[in-house]
Design a protein around this ligand. Structure first.
Ligand code: NI
Length: 187
C-alpha cells in the first residue's frame, strides 16, 4: 500500500525518532509499504518520519543512481535503529533532493566517510563503513531520524532564494505527482 509523504513544514519531520523493538506491530507490512511508496515516488531512500512515524526506520534502494554511480548498483538496505558516526573531515558538495521537499534541489556539503551501526529487519546487528555517494544518502536519511532535512545544511542566502518554493510547500500550494500530507494549518 502506498503511503502519503509528509512534506516540509510538518512537525513530524522535526522530531527525533525513537528506536523500535522486535515487538513493533506490523513491521513487515510497514517495510513493504515504505518500499512501495519510495519506488512509486522515484525516491532512492525513505525514512519513517516521511510517512508520519517518528520511528528509527530507513529503507534505501540506490540502484536508480547506478548510471552515474556504478557502485550503487543493487544497493538495497533496510536500516532499523541506525547510529551514524562521522569518520573524517573530508567533505564533498553534491546536489540533493528529498521527497518531502518536492521541486527543490540544492547543493549540500557532507563528509565523505561514515560508520554506521544498525539492525536489519530481523533485528540482527550490523556495522560497516561507507564512503562516496552511498555515505551521502545514508547521512541524508539519517538526518530525517534526527529531525533534520537537507536544506538545514544550506546557506542563508540559498535558503532565501528558494523561500517562495518553501512557502508553497508549507502552505500546501505545491504540485506533486505522489500522495502527500501537508503541515497542519496554523491557527
Ligand atoms: Ni529526504
Amino acid at each position: 500500500m502506498k503511503l502519503p509523504i509528509y512534506l516540509y513544514g510538518h512537525p513530524v519531520l522535526r522530531k527525533i525518532s525513537e528506536d523500535i523493538t522486535p515487538e513493533y506491530p506490523g513491521l513487515e507490512g510497514l517495510l513493504a509499504d515504505m518500499y512501495e511508496t519510495m519506488y512509486a515516488s522515484d525516491g532512492v531512500g525513505l525514512a519513517a518520519p516521511q510517512i508520519g512515524r517518528n520511528d528509527r526506520i530507513i529503507v534505501i534502494d540506490a540502484s536508480p543512481l547506478a548510471e552515474n554511480y556504478p557502485e550503487l548498483q543493487g544497493v538495497k538496505m533496510t536500516l532499523i535503529n541506525p547510529r551514524l558516526e562521522v569518520l573524517d573531515g573530508d567533505k564533498e558538495t553534491r546536489a540533493e533532493g528529498c521527497l518531502s521537499l518536492p521541486g527543490i534541489a540544492e547543493n549540500v556539503t557532507r563528509v565523505e566517510h561514515i560508520r554506521l551501526r544498525w539492525q536489519d529487519e530481523k533485528f540482527a546487528p550490523h556495522e560497516a563503513e561507507f564512503s562516496g555517494f552511498l555515505a551521502r544518502i545514508l547521512q541524508h536519511e539519517y538526518d530525517h531520524l534526527e529531525g533534520k532535512v537537507y536544506i538545514d545544511h544550506i546557506s542563508a542566502i540559498r535558503k532565501q532564494l528558494i523561500r517562495a518554493k518553501l512557502n508553497n510547500i508549507v502552505t500546501g500550494r505545491t504540485r506533486c505527482d505522489y500522495a502527500v500530507r501537508y503541515a497542519p494549518r496554523k491557527k
